[in-house]
Design a protein around this ligand. Structure first.
Ligand code: HEM
Ligand SMILES: *[C@@H]1O[C@H](CO)[C@@H](O)[C@H](O)[C@H]1NC(C)=O
Ligand SMILES: *[C@@H]1O[C@H](CO)[C@@H](O)[C@H](O)[C@H]1NC(C)=O
Ligand SMILES: *[C@@H]1O[C@H](CO)[C@@H](O)[C@H](O)[C@H]1NC(C)=O
Ligand SMILES: *[C@@H]1O[C@H](CO)[C@@H](O)[C@H](O)[C@H]1NC(C)=O
Ligand SMILES: *[C@@H]1O[C@H](CO)[C@@H](O)[C@H](O)[C@H]1NC(C)=O
Ligand SMILES: *[C@@H]1O[C@H](CO)[C@@H](O)[C@H](O)[C@H]1NC(C)=O
Ligand SMILES: *[C@@H]1O[C@H](CO)[C@@H](O)[C@H](O)[C@H]1NC(C)=O
Length: 350
C-alpha cells in the first residue's frame, strides 16, 4: 500500500510539468473570497492540510473520495458553507435516517474536524470549516493523481444545517438522465462541459448497491455492458444488497480520465454517468476527455473551482465554527467565541 502511494505521489509531481493553476485563476472570484485570504493571517494553512492528508491517505486512499464528495454535497446544498458538516444536517455526521444514496463516509467528518483542530491550534480560530473542506477536497484530487490548483478562500460557516428536503432537491439522483443533469446543474450555472467534467469526480470512490441496482433488477439496462452487468449482479445479488463497488473499474483509486473510458465501454456505474455517453449533447465531450487527460484536467479545474464558490457566505455573514459539527451558539461551553448577534439568535431559537 505504502509503495503504491509513493508511486502516486511521484506520478502527481511528474504531472506538474503541465500546470493547471491558470485554469483555476481564470475563474471569476466570488465577492469576499480571495486567492490570498489567509496568506498573512495563517501562512501555514495549506501546508498543514496537505501534510496531514498525505498521512491519512497513506493509510487509506479511499478517504480522498469521501472528502471530495463531502465538498460536492456541501456546495450543492445551500452553498459551500460547511452546512453538510453540522449535526442535524440531512447527510451530516450523526444522521441515521438519510437515504442510502446519501451515505457520506463517517470518517470524512472526523478528518475535517481534526484538520480544523490542527489549523486553529496554529493560527487561532480564524479559518472556517467550509474553507478547510474546500482545501481538503483540492488536496484529495491532487494526492490521488489529479491536477493541482489554487482555491479562492474566505468562506464563512453557515448557521443552518441542510434539511432533507433541500438536500434531495439539490442533489440529482443516480438514476437521472443527461436531460435532468443538464437542467439541474444548469440552474447553478454549469455548462454541459462542466457537467461532464464534474461527473469525472467518479474516477475515485465507491457506490452502494442501492444506487445502481435499478439498472439490474427487475430488468437489466440494455445499455450496460453484459459482462459488467453480470459482475455487478455477483456483488449485489438483490436490489437491496448491502455491498459496495468501485465507481471506476479501471483505476478505482487514481484521479485520472479512465472514468470516461469506462463510459465509452458502457461500464459506467450509474445511469447519470452512462447517459453522458449515450446523449448526443455530451458524447463528444466524454470522448475528448477519454482521449486526452490534460483536456479533462483543465476542464475539471475550471468546473470544480466554480463549484467551490457556489453561494458562499463571506465578510460578516455566518461565523467561524469552533467545532465543525456544531454552530458556536449551540454550545454554552464555547461561549467565549460566541458574538453578540449569535447569542441573540440562540435565545430566539431555543
Ligand atoms: C452529477 C450528478 C451526481 C450524481 C447523480 C452523483 C451520485 C453519486 C452517488 C449515488 C454516489 C454513491 C453513493 C453511495 O451509493 O454510497 C456517489 C459517490 C461519489 N461521488 Fe457523486 N454524484 C454526482 C456528482 C458528483 C460530483 C460533482 C462529485 C465531485 C466533483 C462527485 C464525487 C463523488 C465521489 C468522490 C463519490 C465516492 C464517494 C466515496 O467513495 O465515499 N459526485 N455520487
Ligand atoms: C498565497 O499563498 C498561496 C499558497 O501558499 C500561494 O500559492 C500564493 O501565491 C500566495 N499569494 C500571494 C498573493 O502571496
Ligand atoms: C436517493 O434515494 C431516494 C429513494 O431512496 C430518492 O428519492 C432520491 O431521489 C435519491 N437521491 C439521490 C441524491 O440519489
Ligand atoms: C429524462 O428523465 C426525465 C425524468 O425522469 C424524463 O421525463 C425524460 O423523458 C427523460 N428524457 C430522456 C431523453 O430520456
Ligand atoms: C460483496 O461483493 C463481493 C465482491 O466485491 C462479493 O464477493 C460478495 O459476495 C458480496 N457480498 C454480498 C453479501 O453479496
Ligand atoms: C452494511 O455492511 C457494513 C459493513 O460492510 C456494516 O457496517 C453495516 O452496518 C451494514 N448495514 C446494514 C444495514 O446491514
Ligand atoms: C492534449 O490536450 C492538450 C491541451 O489541449 C494538448 O496540449 C496536447 O497536445 C494534447 N495531447 C495529445 C496527445 O493530443
Ligand atoms: C462537536 O460537536 C458535536 C455535535 O454537537 C459534539 O458531539 C462533539 O462532542 C463536539 N466536539 C467537541 C470536541 O466538543
Amino acid at each position: 500500500m505504502a509503495s503504491s502511494i509513493s508511486l502516486l505521489l511521484l506520478l502527481s509531481s511528474s504531472l506538474l510539468l503541465h500546470s493547471y493553476f491558470q485554469y483555476a485563476e481564470a475563474q471569476q472570484v466570488a465577492d469576499g473570497l480571495s486567492w490570498s485570504f489567509y496568506n498573512s493571517s495563517c501562512p501555514n494553512l495549506e501546508s498543514i492540510v496537505r501534510k496531514q492528508l498525505k498521512k491519512v491517505f497513506k493509510n487509506d486512499i479511499g478517504q480522498a473520495a469521501g472528502l471530495l464528495r463531502l465538498h460536492f454535497h456541501d456546495c450543492f446544498v445551500q452553498g459551500c458553507d460547511g452546512s453538510v458538516l453540522l449535526d442535524g444536517s440531512a447527510s451530516g455526521p450523526s444522521e441515521q435516517t438519510a437515504p442510502p444514496n446519501l451515505s457520506l463516509r463517517a470518517e470524512a467528518f472526523k478528518i475535517i474536524d481534526d484538520l480544523r483542530r490542527r489549523v486553529h491550534k496554529k493560527c487561532g480560530g480564524i479559518v472556517s470549516c467550509a474553507d478547510i473542506l474546500a482545501l481538503a477536497s483540492r488536496d484529495s484530487i491532487f494526492l490521488s493523481g489529479g491536477p493541482d490548483y489554487n482555491v479562492p478562500l474566505g468562506r464563512r460557516d453557515g448557521l443552518d444545517f441542510a434539511t432533507i428536503a433541500a438536500t434531495l432537491a439539490n442533489l440529482p439522483a443516480p438514476s437521472s438522465n443527461t436531460t435532468t443533469l443538464l437542467e439541474s446543474l444548469g440552474t447553478k450555472g454549469f455548462t454541459a462541459t462542466d457537467v461532464v467534467a464534474l461527473s469525472g469526480g467518479h474516477t475515485i470512490g465507491i457506490g452502494h448497491c442501492s444506487s445502481f441496482t435499478g439498472r439490474l433488477y427487475p430488468n437489466q439496462d440494455p445499455v450496460m455492458d453484459k459482462t459488467f452487468a453480470r459482475n455487478l449482479k455477483t456483488i449485489c445479488p438483490a436490489p437491496n444488497s448491502n455491498n459496495t463497488t468501485q465507481l471506476d473499474l479501471r483505476s478505482p483509486n487514481i484521479f485520472d480520465n479512465k472514468y470516461y473510458v469506462d463510459l465509452m465501454n458502457r461500464q459506467g456505474l450509474f445511469t447519470s454517468d452512462q447517459d453522458l455517453y449515450q446523449d448526443s449533447r455530451t458524447r463528444a465531450i466524454v470522448t475528448s476527455f477519454a482521449a486526452n487527460q490534460t483536456i479533462f484536467f483543465e476542464n475539471f479545474v475550471t468546473a470544480v473551482v466554480k463549484m467551490s464558490q457556489l453561494n458562499v457566505l463571506t465578510g460578516a455573514q455566518g461565523e467561524i465554527r469552533a467545532n465543525c459539527s456544531a454552530r458556536n451558539s449551540g454550545s454554552l461551553l464555547l461561549s467565549p467565541v460566541v458574538v453578540a448577534g449569535e447569542e441573540k439568535e440562540l435565545r430566539s431559537t431555543v
